[in-house]
Design a protein around this ligand. Structure first.
Ligand code: GDG
Length: 457
């Protein structure tokens, strides 16, 4: 069987399964694929050095071989903090107002993709399958082809693909898409993002697009499909079946003192709709003042990308909102919002989800959103909580048992909270059961199997 080479910006082997970190499930799933296929995981080490050398740091961790390179400070500024997180991330999440188009960012992005290609080239053997992940590395396939790599190469985009009218605001948009058509397989989270991509190929590029997602352009053929990512269900529920998870659940329940817990868990990112969610909570408490005494909203939001100004801004904004909402409504023994600016181990998260009667997942735009699936996986089948889910998360296409909301409308979200808190047990069970089937069956293992099967050709 051919070997698999996985390439992503950062390499994260699940050394410490319990450790707080945003890659948990994915790292486990890719790790198991790599073990089965004697594979290699290649990417940036996370270290910064003065002068790029391209030397590979090889390690073997828990049966997976990792190969990493260090990057220069300027690379990290221009490629990672710059083009990836200040240009592509906002644009692909429809935040054209936050997207920055700096020439140096684009150059840094191309330079680092070239450095990735150059450094990993010696690792590639003729039969290897290569699977590239996410928006940091879109042109990598083309860079590898330029170095004579003729292997099957696939690319999976973890975030949305924007509509053509937004995407064309990116300078050199055509160049970026042309590089994508050097891949053999392109994967998107949902049919919505896939259709946007195919629309661009058809209308802007003039490529030949078939109804099965085959794109023919410049003598090459690329298959583009939707592969909705899932949880590592087994790993996550096993973590939940532990003393750590039960203690965490108990910790929340006893501190809530009979009040119903509503919970949000999100990386602190403007795409997650946190200020809008806090506004909706405020509106809900205005509309139903008695709820200040019988509910509590807990938001866990570990900081992320703190080198980028827009991320520091959102942190300030949320601190101000929390202070204002709590200031206006707190009593000596009642604080309506608990805003927690740190991460927790996965087993504890499981316990928190299970303690919550309402899970609030209201991103303004999200490729998939694994938190929504984790909330479902962690519920007690005999007394499940209610998931309130943004219709703009990729997960909304699969989780039809959720109460779907427009996250921009605090009225809509406030009414959904009322509906969730009042929902009878039978309805909660019926909605949860539907979602649970999809979360359990369409898991991360089936996701990566179907992608890798297509990649094998
Ligand atoms: C990108 C796309 C797509 C959060 N807080 C803690 C913690 N987390 C974990 C969650 C979840 C993960 O981080 C977040 O995943 P999401 O899918 O919700 O969002 P992104 O980080 O934006 O991920 C997204 C995903 O890629 C996969 O393709 O679904 O659309 O944006 O697993 O649990 N984990 C721990 N402690 C925390 O406090 N341990």
């Amino acid at each position: 069987m051919s070997r698999l080479i996985v390439v992503s910006n950062r390499v994260s082997v699940p050394k410490a399964r319990g450790a707080a970190g945003a890659q948990g499930g994915l790292a486990v799933a890719l790790g198991s694929a790599l073990k089965e296929n004697r594979g290699i995981w290649f990417g940036w080490s996370g270290k910064e050095i003065d002068t790029f050398s391209g030397s590979l740091n090889m390690e073997r961790v828990e049966g997976v071989t990792t190969a990493t390179i260090d990057l220069e400070h300027q690379d990290v500024e221009e490629y990672y903090n710059g083009y990836a997180n200040r240009t592509l991330w906002p644009l692909f999440h429809y935040r054209i107002d936050l997207a920055e188009y700096e020439r140096e960012f684009g150059r840094g992005y191309e330079r680092v993709n070239e450095r990735f290609a150059e450094s990993m080239r010696p690792l590639v053997e003729p039969d290897d399958l290569i699977w590239v992940h996410d928006y940091h590395l879109i042109p990598l396939g083309e860079r590898l082809r330029a170095k004579g790599v003729q292997n099957r190469i696939g690319f999976f985009l973890h975030i949305p693909w924007p509509p053509t009218r937004l995407f064309v605001s990116l300078p050199y948009h055509e160049r970026l898409v042309r590089t994508m058509l050097e891949y053999d397989v392109l994967g998107f989270q949902t049919t919505e993002w896939l259709e946007s991509f195919l629309h661009y190929c058809d209308k802007e590029l003039g490529a030949e697009v078939s109804s099965d997602g085959t794109v023919r352009f410049g003598g090459r053929e690329t298959v583009a499909r939707a592969y909705p990512i899932g949880l590592d269900y087994e790993e996550f529920t096993a973590a939940g079946d532990s003393g750590v998870a039960r203690n965490a659940q108990q910790r929340i329940l006893s501190s809530a003192r009979r009040r119903k817990v509503m919970l949000g868990v999100d990386r602190l990112d403007y795409s997650k709709g946190l200020p809008e969610r806090f506004d909706a909570i405020s509106r809900f408490l205005d509309q139903y003042p008695e709820s200040t005494r019988d509910t509590v909203f807990i938001q866990i939001a570990p900081p992320s990308r703190e080198d980028v100004q827009s991320y520091r801004d959102i942190r300030d904004l949320l601190e101000a909102k929390t202070g204002k909402i709590n200031g206006a409504r707190s009593e000596v023994d009642v604080v309506p919002i608990r805003y927690v600016n740190k991460g927790y181990p996965r087993a504890e998260l499981f316990g928190f989800y299970r303690a919550a009667k309402v899970g609030l997942v209201t991103p303004l735009r999200d490729g998939m959103n694994l938190v929504a699936k984790e909330y479902v996986a962690a519920q007690d089948p005999e007394d499940p909580g209610v998931l309130i889910l943004s219709r703009f998360a990729g997960a909304a296409l699969q989780l039809d048992g959720a109460v779907l909301v427009n996250p921009y409308s605090s009225e809509d979200v406030s009414e959904a909270i009322r509906q969730a808190l009042d929902m009878p047990l039978e309805e909660r069970k019926a909605r949860w059961e539907k979602m649970h089937v999809s979360v359990k069956n369409e898991d991360v293992i089936s996701w990566r199997k179907s992608f890798v099967d297509t990649l094998r050709g």
